[in-house]
Design a protein around this ligand. Structure first.
Ligand code: ASP
Ligand code: MG
Length: 417
């Protein structure tokens, strides 16, 4: 018998009926002898509604007060779920983040968890009580309410699982696991039974929005076994069947049962490319270009600098599409004249397609096969970047779906292995 943390997202607690269904599922785990901590999000749409209210009063809401408001959605769902559990005859108790004493720093709206006092939870669990905790929130040293950033309930759940040394952290959601790619783009996409933390990080940061990326980092760091599974199944299905469903996120690639070379294809439409042409090829140029960009708090992703001809070179990089105009402005006002660049140009109609897989470490020829596949579809590659377990290309966004489908087919990702 173990200690299990369950986490249910907004859709999973979106109505009273769904909350009652969650209670039945939790009761099933409890009656199998497990101690259960349940972390919940606000009902779907609620956090947006609350932030919307705040913005009607202050277009740029005061961050401390915004957290006071945004954290209330979860306070409603913990109370409702605790009641639903009581109605089923279980012992249950709800706690807000500050009540647990989930201590965070004071970075309102994007706070980081510093420590968790598990003493109350431990006492409740030992007394046979189901502990229901509000996700997404904590308190700073001074007692201010803080929130962890959108989607932060995943991180709350993983942090609680780490603090309590839980046997597993089950993230129940409205999809039944992590897929080889987005099934809306490739209907043959297949659910992965396992994926490694590293792969998950690469895929999450590239837009497979199953888990908040910070929760995956956290789980990897504290070695919390994590499973993503569906909350939309009948809550009374056999526990053994449920416990083996979804996608398990594993630590070691040798634990990986599926020996696939490529685990998945991620893609991201929110990209923009900027090129600075005719810059002198000398020390300090990359810094002269990217220093001001970074000072303006703009994140840079891929960077490419060509080898110079006649002492001149071109320099390209990508930014988030939402920061494209700002980046161009910084370059035109602060950089162009300073480094005597001949031109600054850009394209905000590009996307990034990435193939991810720990098997790449031990297999040659993956990049060649990827490039051949894209060539056969007549897709021009504008930029390439690689890591040990990822190859990413930037292409015209109009080819995004075609590229993803062609690669999925070429690497036979629809085939169970
Ligand atoms: N309710 C918060 C949000 O909508 C946190 C979460 O759902 O994880 O971002
Ligand atoms: Mg979520």
């Amino acid at each position: 018998m173990g200690l299990i943390v369950h986490k249910y997202g907004g859709t999973s607690v979106g109505t009273v009926e769904r909350i009652q269904s969650v209670a039945r599922r939790v009761a099933k785990w409890k009656s199998a002898g497990h101690q259960v901590v349940v972390v919940v999000s606000a009902m779907s749409g609620e956090t947006n509604r609350l932030i919307g209210l705040a913005k009607q009063i202050q277009a740029e809401p005061d961050a401390r007060e915004l957290d006071v408001i945004a954290s209330t959605g979860e306070q409603v769902t913990i109370g409702l779920l605790a009641m639903a559990l009581l109605q089923l005859g279980l012992k249950a108790k709800s706690y807000t983040g500050p009540q647990v004493r989930i201590l965070t720093d004071d970075a309102f709206t994007k706070a980081r968890i510093l420590s968790i006092d598990e003493s109350h939870m431990r006492a409740d669990l030992d007394a046979g009580t189901v502990v229901v905790v509000a996700g997404f929130q904590g308190t700073d040293d001074a007692g201010n309410i803080t929130t962890l950033g959108r989607g932060g309930s995943d991180t709350s759940a993983v942090a609680l699982a780490a603090a309590l040394k839980a046997d597993e952290c089950l993230i129940y959601t409205d999809v039944d696991g992590v897929y080889t790619t987005d099934p809306r783009v490739v209907p043959e996409a297949r659910r992965l039974r396992t994926v490694t933390f590293e792969e998950m990080l690469e895929m999450a940061s590239l837009g497979s929005k199953v888990l908040q990326i910070r929760s995956v980092e956290f789980a990897g760091k504290y070695k919390v076994p994590l499973r993503v599974l569906s909350s939309m199944t009948d809550p009374d299905i056999p526990l053994a069947e449920e416990a083996a469903s979804g996608t398990l996120i594993t630590f070691e690639e040798d634990q990986k049962m599926e020996q696939a070379i490529i685990s998945g294809i991620a893609f991201n439409r929110d990209e923009a490319k900027i090129t600075v042409t005719g810059v002198p090829d000398r020390p300090g140029i990359a810094y002269a270009i990217l220093g001001p960009v970074s000072d303006a708090n703009i994140d840079v992703d891929m960077i490419i600098q060509n080898t110079g001809a006649q002492g001149m070179t071109d320099f390209s990089f990508t930014v988030h599409r939402g920061e494209y105009q700002k980046a161009l402005e910084v370059l035109n006002t602060q950089v162009k004249a300073h480094i005597k660049a001949s031109d600054i140009s850009g394209d905000n109609r590009v996307c990034k397609v990435s193939m991810v897989g720990v098997g790449m470490r031990t297999h040659a020829g993956i990049a060649a096969k990827m490039f051949r596949t894209l060539a056969e579809e007549g897709i021009n590659i504008q930029m390439i970047s690689t890591s040990e377990i990822k190859i990413a290309v930037v292409v015209d966004e109009k080819y995004m779906e075609l590229a993803v489908r062609a690669l999925h087919r070429a690497f036979e990702l629809e085939q169970p292995n």
